[in-house]
Ligand binder design. Structure first.
Ligand SMILES: [Zn+2]
Ligand SMILES: [Zn+2]
Length: 206
């Protein structure tokens, strides 16, 4: 399995992740420019099996619609963030972003704890707090943590649906219980490891 990341120039330096294996691909949190991501998938000749979103904020779903449409791929998101998705066009206007359309949720992650997308297998960890419908995706020893956990920080909880106590509980009970060597790929900033965050993340001194 090969992991490639793209930092979005469009908004909040959001990290989009592309996982590939044997000619197949999964895209997580497509906030980078659609042309860039489409070009990457075409040039690699990949079959895009799915587009996954850790949550419904604009920077994580901006390019989902054109990607799903171009490759006929299903979109996976937790229905708890449906209001954010429905507000996507307004959010684009507010942040002066191009609006590429709003994807339909084909698979509601509220109903999934595992995703079998051969050859990829993900555990879906429900980690509400940054938003109601926030999830993290675990595959092998890689955790895609969205805006729940960052290197030395955690996601903001001052937006509608945010809850700091819940966020801390999600991190403590669902993320910090993973093996210490688990590598964490967040929605913003650099990658880290569970062990490092346990020792050095000032927000996790509970
Ligand atoms: Zn967010
Ligand atoms: Zn974000």
């Amino acid at each position: 399995m090969i992991l490639k990341s793209f930092e979005s120039d469009l908004i909040f330096r959001e990290n989009t992740y592309l996982l590939t294996s044997g000619g197949k691909a999964i895209l997580i949190d497509p906030g980078a420019e659609p042309e860039l991501l489409i070009g990457e998938i075409l040039s690699g000749g990949y079959r895009l099996l799915a587009v996954l979103a850790t949550h419904g904020h604009v920077d994580h779903v901006l390019s989902a619609k054109p990607l799903c449409e171009r490759f006929g791929s299903p979109f996976y998101m937790h229905g708890g963030d449906r209001d954010w998705l429905e507000d996507l066009q307004n959010m684009c206007t507010r942040f002066r972003l191009p609006y590429y359309g709003t994807p339909l949720i084909n698979h509601d992650l509220a109903e999934c704890s595992e995703l079998d997308l051969d050859p990829f297998h993900f555990k879906v960890l429900h980690t509400a707090g940054h938003s109601e419908g926030s999830v993290c995706f675990l595959t092998e020893d890689l955790l895609f943590s969205g805006d729940t956990l960052f290197r030395r920080s955690v996601g903001r909880t001052d937006l509608p649906g945010g809850d700091l106590a819940l966020l801390k509980r999600s991190i403590r009970e669902t993320i910090l219980t993973l093996p210490e060597e688990t590598r964490v790929y967040p929605g913003h900033l650099e990658a880290t490891k569970i062990a490092d965050e346990k020792c050095h993340n000032p927000f996790l001194v509970l």
